[in-house]
Design a protein around this ligand. Structure first.
Ligand code: SP5
Ligand code: ZN
Length: 339
């Protein structure tokens, strides 16, 4: 298996997350890249830059230009904070039908393309997000040579067409899926095994009958991010499948969920597969209450590998630095050698 990464992804170091008003330490840190590269024995190659036209197939130009430029504007405006932090969000509740506007003040505009306060933009955020998307693109182009893994960081599955949040800026899995469609795979499945629901990927492909999105994740109704999306009744045009599971669920419940997603992707007639490979459902992970074991990740990978499809695995979450690398290695072992 090849692994695609970019040293540019180390340039994003979020420093902090503003969570319920508290400035807490960043969880999605650059060190994750080193931990994964050290533990996963792949042939590592460097990512190429993703073409603009591929990015605009999944994101609005407004979001892309905002992410590219906002940090410099923030610095030029002289705010004391070292990161772009939004404080007002133009939700439907605020606008009450008034037209959307683009505020000239950067501290007002910061909430236009963001939907939470945890996902800050700092020096290097754009360069890192761009090359993470580049890793997904580069891996997808190589898929006919065998399974490919993209070490994307920052992760992507919470990024929507028009918005960033949940530690995600650009949707790497959607970039991979869009690239595979462009390569001629008529039907592409995205299976998301991150502990959280990939609301961004779901939204991007919501009304598409050529891209399946399936996710197993901790039940948002039990109090977990992204709170508003990821419920079982969200089925899009019939090509979306959500399997929320209860907090504390372990391997048996988790693997039954993964198996349901794989069956649905096969029934859909997928010709290629993108795996949103978060490993934050692991027992030790600080960001989710699920209890998947290392063997559970190998079994997860095996179920995905048994689909027998050209496969691109894209890194999403996974925040326990001591076990992150071995968990990713375990999952990829399963993908590579299905039983
Ligand atoms: C890609 C991914 O796994 N994103 C996860 C985003 C979920 N973050 C929710 C954070 C909830 C509060 N975390 C408290 C720790 C503060 N540092
Ligand atoms: Zn996650």
């Amino acid at each position: 298996m090849i692994g695609v990464w970019s040293p540019s992804t180390l340039r994003h170091d979020p420093a902090a997350e503003i969570w319920i008003g508290l400035r807490t330490p960043g969880t999605e840190v650059a060190e994750r890249v080193h931990r994964i590269r050290e533990a996963v024995p792949l042939t590592w190659i460097e990512a190429d830059e993703v073409p603009w036209g591929v990015l605009t197939s999944v994101h609005s130009e407004g979001l892309l230009l905002h992410l590219r430029d906002v940090y410099e504007e923030w610095v030029a405006a002289g705010y004391p904070q070292d990161r772009v932090v939004p404080y007002v969000f133009p939700t439907a509740a605020m606008l009450g039908g008034q037209p959307g506007r683009v505020p000239p003040a950067v501290h007002g505009r910061a909430g236009l393309w963001a939907y939470d306060t945890m996902t800050l933009v700092g020096p290097g955020t754009w360069e890192a997000a761009l090359m993470a998307a580049g890793a997904a693109w580069t891996a997808a182009l190589r898929v006919l040579d065998g399974p490919a893994y993209a070490l994307c960081r920052p992760p992507g599955h919470h990024a929507t067409r028009d918005g960033y949040g949940g530690s995600c800026y650009l949707n790497n899995a959607a970039v991979a899926a869009s690239t595979l469609r462009g390569m001629g795979f008529a039907k592409v499945a995205v299976i998301d095994v991150d502990a959280h629901h990939g609301n961004g990927t779901q939204a991007i492909f919501w009304d598409r009958d050529d891209v399946f999105y399936g996710s197993v994740h901790v039940d948002p109704g039990a109090g977990w991010f992204p709170h508003y999306v990821g419920f079982a009744d969200e089925t899009g045009g019939g090509t979306t499948l959500n399997v929320p599971v209860a907090p504390e669920s372990g391997d048996a419940v988790w693997l039954a969920g993964v198996a349901r997603l794989c069956e649905a992707a096969a029934r859909f007639g997928a010709e290629a597969l993108v795996v949103s490979l978060g490993v934050d459902a692991a027992a030790d992970d600080p960001e989710s209450p699920l209890r998947v074991s290392r063997d559970g990740y190998t079994a997860t990978g095996r179920l995905l590998g048994e689909l027998g499809l050209p496969t691109v695995a894209v890194q999403e979450g996974g925040y326990h630095l001591e076990t992150l690398g071995p968990l990713v290695a375990a999952a990829l072992r399963g993908v590579q050698s299905p039983s």
